[in-house]
Design a binder for this molecule. Structure first.
Ligand code: COA
Ligand code: AMP
Length: 627
């Protein structure tokens, strides 16, 4: 049996032994005596009697071990033309001071802090400062519109919001403060204070509840780390579900730290002193796990990049960053590679950049198509490693464990299930599928440490959304199969979640927005896109009283989705149809529509109401493809 197989087997047959050993890599105030608490199934808690502080493990313990001068963070910002580094000692001191400032504003253990910031070091400091106090941060991606921010503020009810005066998108300065003010106007909850980091590109006007980042930090007394229960929440990260209401994924302190140290070492092969770059955003799970927490927990150097793969200034930007900072491995989304490939198909902009330190490219966040895989492997000449995971799991479900036992790559597969993930492919009746047979990808409970223990203040929704479809299992929402060699193949979402350029969104939420006064009903589905993987497309049926002309109606729907969800929704295509295909009970056949729009047959279920409606839609879409 290989090293990987032995690890995986042990993690399933003896989870307490396996994860108990992994937990010894962290520093605890009270070592966990019990590893797994399964007294209240289907809820499972890891390290229930352990006490820990995540910030202490990410910063202070490295300083205490004599590594205070090691670089912890490199901020590389082509959009502002600046570079800055922080050593572990500097980042610890800055974080302790900002934690003191938050404490002065009344933030303590268990209080929530919403962070709405661009990719600046202060965003990382704010996250770690919350962890230091035992407060719960909830970072909201800067690309979300005020209404989405307001939904999250109302759910998390933060004591304080931390924001910045602006973000910078390529060459465009986006003032954040007006967006925050609008969100606070829409939200029912009002925080006690908003801390605003003033950036020179656009300073913000401060109102009575606003305080200036520099001013509060200057006078603050540094705060020490507060010991918390391993099961206490570290953060809540909202993610799109199938409805317009985002789900608050809860991450605990102990299990999270243990899983991230394990994965950083054994999946990504990154250790103390290595330079690691996750090109994502702190607003997404990749940013939480692999820009901020995992690299710092293992004592590596993390690159925080405020730029794009193309346009800042060109498609050579990623190669420049790797060469400038001696990056050992990069984790990004396939979309980023597709954008670079589109702008510079022969990778001519690689010339002049010395990538001698670069060992591996990891891609995640959406399906890695074989063309992108081949291109990246050929131009970079290093292994290109797919890994599959979700906001809910916080670390890879399936990956190629490069730091444990590098395995042969099969293009199209993120390789094998990681320890603790007892992966099953189930048919609609819950029976296990044979190798090669496609079904729902489910994970037998308990999930490993680091995965969501529940949704924020909503155990019922957690059970209903993930655990009720196949009792005893967590439903991933992805479909796929496992081949004869145990390799996992992820074929895509089986629900109304869509991944646009690696950004997870809900087509359900877009449908709500797309209900223009002239629209009788609508369906938004994911269609393939050469650059962004998938983009949303709306099909609308007009009311008989509709008075807006078709072009204006399209423009209005596109504008509404953009202003209410955010520009990242990328809904550009609205098609007016006479009717939507439905079952006899009135359910819209989104699955069949999705299949047809993506070039499939869109085989309808036996319960279809009027097959002619589906046929008409098929003709409309075929005509478009033929054009
Ligand atoms: N704040 C405000 N607006 C934002 C934003 C942010 N943080 N992030 C994106 N937007 C805006 C963009 O400016 C754009 O607006 P526009 O329609 O007015 O031009 C819109 O949202 C869509 O953005 P994006 O999806 O980034 O598309 P793009 O065409 O600007 O860029 C790529 C295409 C491929 C370069 C870009 O999507 C990319 O870098 N993808 C990698 C994604 C990634 O790392 N995902 C994380 C998961 S690992
Ligand atoms: P998010 O919660 O934003 O990380 O999105 C999770 C979803 O992205 C998964 O459920 C998958 O649908 C998709 N996804 C992430 N990584 C991969 C991958 N490597 N291959 C295929 N799909 C992926």
């Amino acid at each position: 049996m290989g090293v990987y197989s032995e690890h995986h087997r042990r993690s399933i047959t003896d989870p307490e032994g396996f994860w108990g050993a992994a937990a010894t890599k962290l520093t605890w105030y009270d070592d966990p005596v019990r590893v797994l608490d399964s007294a209240r199934p289907p809820f499972h808690r890891w390290f229930p009697d352990g006490r820990i502080n995540t910030c202490f493990n990410a910063l202070d313990r490295h300083v205490a071990a004599g590594h205070g001068d090691r670089t912890a963070l490199i901020h590389d910002s082509p959009v502002t033309g600046t570079h800055a580094t922080r050593t572990y000692a500097q980042l610890r001191d800055e974080t302790a001071r900002f934690a003191g400032a938050l404490r002065d504003l009344g933030v303590g253990r268990g209080d929530r802090v919403v962070i709405y910031m661009p990719m600046v070091p202060e965003a990382v400091v704010a996250m770690l400062a919350c962890a230091r106090l035992g407060a719960v941060h909830s970072v909201v991606f800067g690309g979300f519109a005020p209404r989405e921010l307001a939904l999250r503020i109302d759910d998390a009810r933060p004591k304080v919001v931390v924001s910045a005066s602006c973000g910078i998108e390529t060459a465009r300065v986006i003032p954040y403060k007006p967006l925050l003010d609008e969100a606070l106007g829409l939200a029912e909850h009002t925080p006690d204070a908003c801390v605003v980091l003033q950036r020179p590109q656009a300073r913000a006007e401060l109102s009575s509840i606003d305080v200036d980042w520099d001013a509060v930090t200057e006078t603050a007394v540094p705060a020490e780390c507060v010991p918390v229960a391993a099961t206490d929440p570290l953060y809540v990260l909202y993610t799109s579900g199938t409805t317009g209401r985002p789900k608050g994924v809860v991450r605990d302190n102990g299990g999270h730290a243990v899983a991230l140290v394990w994965s950083m070492t054994h999946v990504y092969d990154i250790g103390p002193g290595d330079v690691w770059w996750a090109a994502s955003d702190v607003g997404w799970v990749v940013g939480h796990s692999y820009i901020v927490y995992a690299p710092l927990l293992v004592g590596a150097t993390t690159v925080l990049y405020e730029g794009k793969p193309v346009g800042t200034p060109d498609a050579g930007a990623f190669w420049r960053v790797i060469a400038d900072h001696g990056v050992k491995a990069l984790l990004t989304a396939p979309t980023a590679m597709r954008a670079i490939k589109k702008a510079d198909p022969d990778a001519q902009l690689l010339a002049g950049h010395d990538l001698k330190t670069f060992r591996c490219l990891f891609l995640a966040g959406e399906r890695l198509d074989p063309d992108t895989y081949d291109w990246a492997r050929t131009v970079l000449g290093v292994p290109v490693i797919d890994n599959w995971w979700q906001t809910e799991t916080g670390w890879p479900i399936a990956a190629n464990p490069r730091g444990l036992e590098p395995m042969a790559v099969k293009p199209g597969s993120p390789t094998v299930p990681m320890p603790g993930y007892d992966l099953r492919i189930l048919d609609p009746s819950g029976r296990e599928c044979a190798p090669g047979q496609e079904g729902a990808i489910a994970l037998r409970l308990p999930l490993p440490p680091g995965t969501l223990p529940t949704l924020w203040e909503d155990d019922d929704r957690y059970e209903e959304s993930y655990l009720s479809r196949f009792p005893g299992h967590y439903l991933t929402g992805d479909g796929g199969y496992v081949d004869e060699d145990g390799y996992v193949f992820v074929m895509g979402r089986t629900d109304d979640v869509i991944n646009v350029a690696g950004h997870r969104l809900s087509t359900g939420a877009m449908e709500v927005v797309a209900s223009h006064p002239d629209v009788a009903e609508c369906a938004v589905i994911a269609v393939r896109d050469a650059l962004k993987g998938h983009v949303p497309r709306a099909f609308v049926v007009l009311k008989s009283t509709a008075s807006t002309d078709a072009d204006r109606l399209r423009e209005e729907i596109v504008r509404d989705v953009r202003t209410r969800i955010g520009a990242i929704a990328s809904l550009k295509d609205v098609t007016v149809v006479e009717a939507l295909p439905k079952t006899r009970s009135g359910k819209i056949l989104r699955g069949s529509m999705r299949d047809i729009a993506n070039g499939g047959e869109g085989k309808p279920p036996a319960t279809i109401d009027d097959p002619a409606v589906l046929e008409k839609l098929r003709q409309v879409l075929r005509k478009e493809t033929a054009c």
